[in-house]
Write a protein that binds this ligand. Structure first.
Ligand SMILES: *Cc1c(COP(=O)(O)O)cnc(C)c1O
Length: 239
């Protein structure tokens, strides 16, 4: 336990240092970038330790893992982000703990989340997940809507009871014109964010960058980075 705590503390310090360095290089204030630690596949004990080390934002990508973990950590004032592909029949469960749904990618999901939020008597934040490798009108292989579908979805979220439109999210694509070009991908996301903010000025969140490319995301202007491996270690399985 003590070893694990020391390991997490060291990794966290490294990641915070990377963010600070990237911010300095970009002329940005380090306080303008929020670290979200992706705790998927790791136990609630690690979440608790991270909280003790000052982490306030955590993310999960599977409801069946996230729900019990969030319940085990219900005494901590943590912000839970949901970042995985989401089935409409999981909306109600996810609304039980998630403060921010980062993977909104279709109108049917907006309806399901809105109904669940109303039923739970709460408001949840939503990010539109953009698939930079998806063709017009399609969804990406890792979730997300094609760039030309963002506006329709944003309008749907903005008009949905119980939901708040907070911004956009992306995962750097492995295929298509942006494969291997993280900086260009994140700059494209920033353009999409600017266009979105013209109609929805409060939708300022830009969630981009993971363990391997957080510097590129900070350089492009991300407000939130989602870091798993660099804090918790290499996951035992793909998750
Ligand atoms: C797992 C995951 C991350 C974190 O990835 P690492 O490479 O482990 O930092 C970020 N975003 C999403 C959507 C993820 O599923």
């Amino acid at each position: 336990m003590a070893d694990r705590r020391a390991e997490l503390s060291r990794n966290l310090a490294d990641v915070r240092e990377r963010i600070a360095t990237a911010c300095a290089a970009a002329g940005r204030d380090a306080a303008d970038v929020t670290l979200i630690v992706v705790t998927k596949t790791y136990p609630a004990d690690d979440v608790r330790t991270l909280y003790e080390l000052g982490v306030r934002h955590v993310a999960e990508n599977r409801d069946q893992d996230a729900a019990p973990k969030a319940a085990a950590c219900a005494d901590l004032s943590l912000n839970w982000h949901f970042v995985g592909q989401l089935q409409t029949n999981k909306a109600r469960s996810v609304l039980g703990y998630a403060d921010e749904i980062q993977s909104v990618d279709r109108v049917r999901l907006v309806s399901a989340l809105s109904a669940a939020a109303v039923r739970a008597g709460r408001t949840a934040g939503c990010l539109i997940q953009v698939a930079l490798d998806a063709e017009s009108g399609e969804r990406g292989t890792r979730g997300g809507v094609a760039p030309d579908g963002v506006e329709e979805l944003a309008t749907a979220v903005a008009g949905a009871e119980g939901l708040r439109l907070d911004g956009v999210m992306t995962v750097a694509p492995l295929a298509g014109p942006f494969a291997g070009r993280q900086r260009a991908a994140f700059e494209r996301l920033m353009e999409i964010s600017s266009r979105l903010r013209a109609d929805h000025p409060a939708a300022t969140m830009v969630s981009a960058g993971m363990s391997s490319d957080l510097e590129e995301a900070v350089a492009a202007g991300a407000t939130h980075v989602r870091v798993g491996t660099a804090v918790l270690g290499v996951r035992p399985r793909l998750g």
